[in-house]
Design a protein around this ligand. Sequence first.
Ligand code: CA
Length: 508
Amino acid sequence: MTTVRIRVLFCLLFGMAISAAVMGEPASRPNILFIMADDHSAGAIGAYGSRVNQTPHLDRLADEGMRFDHVYCVNSICSPSRATILTGKYSHLNGVPTFNRFDGSQPTVAKYLQAAGYHTGMIGKWHLGSDPTGFDEWSILPGQGVYFDPTFIERGGKRVIHGYVTDVITDLSIDFLKNRPKDKPFFLMCHHKAPHREWNPDEKHRLMFANRTIPEPPTLHDDYATRTDAIRECTQKVFEDLTRRDLKLKPPERLDAAAQKKWLNTKPTEVEVEIDGKKRVLRGDELKSWKYQRYMQDYLACVQSVDDNVGRLLEWLDQNGLATNTVVIYTSDQGFFLGDHGLFDKRFMYEDSIRMPFIVRWPGVVKPRTTQEAMAINADFAPTFMELAGLAEPADMQGRSLVPLLKQERPADWRTQYYYRYYHDPGDHNTRAHYGIRTETHKLIYFWKKDQWECYDLVHDPFELKNIYSDPAQAGVVAGLKAELYRMKKKMKDDDQYANQQPLPGVD
Ligand code: CA
């Protein structure tokens, strides 16, 4: 075939693709832009009813697409969630229950899509210990990465890019899109570091929440009555466990580097602040309220930059004619406690920790301004990408494609419960290992190293404040849940392989 003929053929096919897109029908094999933040609670997104901030660009995505209200992670911690998203499998099958190095020789959705002709990219926080595989291009933060002037690891080595990490990751994502081969669909994973601890905002948003009083969540002062030891023993409490570094307190200048570090890592029981030009020492309840406000001010300011940058990506798609045939997904690697139950961080099987925001825009298929109640898990993401790419789901993936839900065609046998397991005990937050089951109405949690149980009625006690495990009136309910828990554990092929693994070094 001559070059001219190839060009003519290309123009014809390209023209057909454009006309299909213009007609509002998705051309086959849409592009996939997967944007994932780190530790972004649905409670800090306008579209999810946030009482604490506004996120116009994420809200735009929800306005133009579908908001899922029950998407959960199967192990609420950073690296494991990422491994599950890539493989469609639980931690015990993908080998990442805590901070284990991801074995990049195993099958991943990126590899499947790449082999099927997608141009694949991974930009931002990776946090899996090994180099990415299955990606044509990748540029990742080492470990957690840093907020300012971040270093990136790429095939050619390392480079430092000046700027704020959320802006830089977006810049690199746009570069990937600009430079992509135009004859292939793309699959881009754009993974933000923000709003992960230690919550360092950019200059633009640093003071955005400084003079506001952020509403406290209803369970901030949870007294943990009726609970097991686990929540009392954990060190992820807003009032007790935020360090001077978290609270952005300035160390005295006279200290040397080692003493400064120690000072910053201390959890203060009193804090000197300046209010209206006067110095005051805060203690007790006053200090508690101040700590919550201080934590949230920085967390929310970090979220604001993520929202701005999602806006930049959406605008770039608009300007480059890619909005119509690109499925855009926004999520976070898990949920996060925004003072809920007096906590920050995640890990526990309580709702604020396991629930992931999940918004999908797919013009021509997903109806704008729709919501989805069906229960989904992060192991569903890989099968979803497979179906979007026109590929069959591999038999060893444990999730299920969400495409029918996107089309509002919920299969009759869709899941009504899911299995959860967290391993990192004691870890840096002294959080007890546990596994459990969440149904549409109840949650049963087993802290296996303690041999202690918690059970919640999510219909009558949505904030999970009353452990009904030992309530004689609930014995039948508990027994039924327990049977389902063991059945699900077996079904998910969990044979306790990692039950006694000591926590690996790592911070999440
Ligand atoms: Ca995370």
